[in-house]
Structure formats: structure tokens, C-alpha cells
Unconditional design. Structure first.
Length: 129
């Protein structure tokens, strides 16, 4: 059981420490479902882009692309959370490699990766009940 008085930062910290990990091609996602939460929010997500990508403009662009992809994938997210007292916490981390440092990904690649991650989460949660 989770304490009802957890703040958002404590939820995010708990997601990173005890959450389940999914690897995509561009992103790594940790997720955790909290139950017994009396909250209006059903989904909390955090996006992290490492500072190894030097320009803040590029980091912010990646974050905007991810937010847009999540916004358009609401139907997948709504199927994940079935009960009114559940909260899904997502922590999405942009993975760095030598190619990603130079080239900012296009929206299509970001959307494909985020959609596949969300579908994997949905399938895993449906299997586990």
C-alpha cells in the first residue's frame, strides 16, 4: 500500500526506484501504477533529456515532441488506467548515443517509439491484472 499523502516528487522518485523498465530505440521508460490514490490526476509523466545534448533548444524540442506524442496517444493511456483510484506514473528518459548527440530525432521516430512503449505498458498491465 502507498501512503495517500505522497507528493508528486515522491511518486516520481518511487517510480524510478521501484518501477518497471521498458527500453525503446530512443527512450527508456520507467512506470508504476499506484492504487488507493484520491486524486484528480490519473497519469503523471516526467520527461528527462540529459545535458549531454548541449543546446537547451534541442533538449526542449525533444521534450515537446514526446509531449505531443503522449497527447495523441491518449486512447492507449486511457485503456491502461481502468479504476478511478489508480494513478499511472511514467518517467521517460531520452537515451544518448553518438548519433543522437548530433541529430535531433524526427517526430515520426519519437511517436513510433513512445507509442510502442505505451502499448507494451498496456499489454503488461492487462496481463498482470
Amino acid at each position: 500500500m502507498i501512503d495517500l499523502s505522497l507528493s508528486k516528487s515522491e511518486i516520481i522518485r518511487s517510480t524510478l526506484r521501484k518501477g518497471t523498465n521498458i527500453e525503446g530505440t530512443l527512450f527508456r521508460c520507467y512506470y508504476k501504477v499506484f492504487t488507493d490514490r484520491a486524486s484528480k490526476e490519473r497519469i503523471i509523466f516526467t520527461i528527462s533529456v540529459p545535458r549531454r545534448i548541449k543546446k537547451a533548444v534541442d533538449r526542449n524540442r525533444i521534450k515537446r515532441l514526446v509531449r505531443e506524442s503522449i497527447r495523441l496517444s491518449k486512447s492507449i493511456l486511457e485503456n491502461i488506467i481502468t479504476q478511478p483510484n489508480q494513478l499511472l506514473s511514467l518517467y521517460i528518459i531520452y537515451k544518448i548515443n553518438s548519433f543522437n548527440l548530433v541529430h535531433i530525432p524526427k517526430y515520426d521516430k519519437v511517436n513510433d517509439d513512445i507509442t510502442s512503449i505505451l502499448e507494451t505498458i498496456s499489454q503488461r498491465l492487462k496481463r498482470n491484472g
